[in-house]
Design a protein around this ligand. Sequence first.
Ligand code: FNR
Length: 363
Amino acid sequence: EVPPGVVSLGDYERHAQAILPADAWAYISGAGADGLTRRWNREAFDGMRLAGRVLADMTDAGTDTMLMGMPMSMPVLVAPVAHQKLAHPGGEVATVLGASAARAWMCVSTLASTTLEEIAEASQTTLIFQLYMQASREVTLSLVRRAEAAGYSALMVTVDAPVNGVRNDEQRAGFRLPPHVAAVNVQGFPTPSSRAGPGESPVFKGLLDTAPTWSDIEWLRQQTTLPVMLKGITSPHDAERALSCGVDAIAVSNHGGRTLDTLPSSIEALLAVADTVRGRVPLVLDGGVRRGTDVLKALACGASAVMVGAPVMHALAVAGPVGIVHMLTILRAELEAAMALTGCVRIDAIDEEILWPGKDAPG
Ligand code: FNR
């Protein structure tokens, strides 16, 4: 099922672009505004060099690690990605089959095109429910209770998208969700945008007057015993605030460059947040991860794990569940090779020593 010559995540991206309709491609690959943050995500990884080490004893080497007290076979997660039926008719079920076969955790978007229960039913891996807070606490809580009942292991609250980014790529392509792709988990819920009256700002009145604030995060923390991770933090101040709300983990993310353009690259944001958090909660990074060496670099800069977003859609479009397992297996094999060539036997042994020059090295 995997076309010949597809051996890297970049290959999946090129093949997906050739297969997908132009407007779906514009949604999947569309960055905010001028796409600067998305470009910087890649440039930051590419600009970092590794310090190779030879002849290390790799007995008992492995990629297994822990996150929020739960074991994971490798520090790479499937990021929450909406509307997966755009890429493949099997949608999120296809993804969870692939993620399960690759033994990778999967985050399920509030805007999934399959019910969260059906995804859980098909899953043989650890699932995290990505929560977009809804216009009322009652409705938000109904989603949380469904995720708990379906056996999700944690909540990931995405906080960086209370308004839509300036998605010029999508606008130019005239992207609209086709009828066979719907956000079935929130169907019939009151949509914040319908609150803007005539002549009122759709941003300030329509969306932000019901957008969540820190007090909603404090409230949510009281409502569930599941671990709660906040996704979309780039500011050290916000990270400190998140800690005071009692969150269990932070996903440092600029949403793959899809929300506010000219936010710093994911790796720059990670360095700043890690400096403030100093190990008090685990950090997860996403944005631009395409190689095993990127995973290694993120871990060296203080992340406990990383997530991949757009590559999920690319792999799904090209080869469905087989594409997902292949894509994740490529990342695992690349990470293993990078660990071997930098002398890292275990995930928790990865630190800034593997960067050239090391953080504390002169010059
Ligand atoms: C996303 N992302 C996202 N995030 C989220 O919290 N909820 C969502 O529903 C979505 N939907 C979504 C759709 C598509 C098509 C993409 C590409 C991304 C963001 C995602 O979780 C992640 O932060 C980025 O994709 C990471 O960057 P890379 O790996 O795409 O470079």
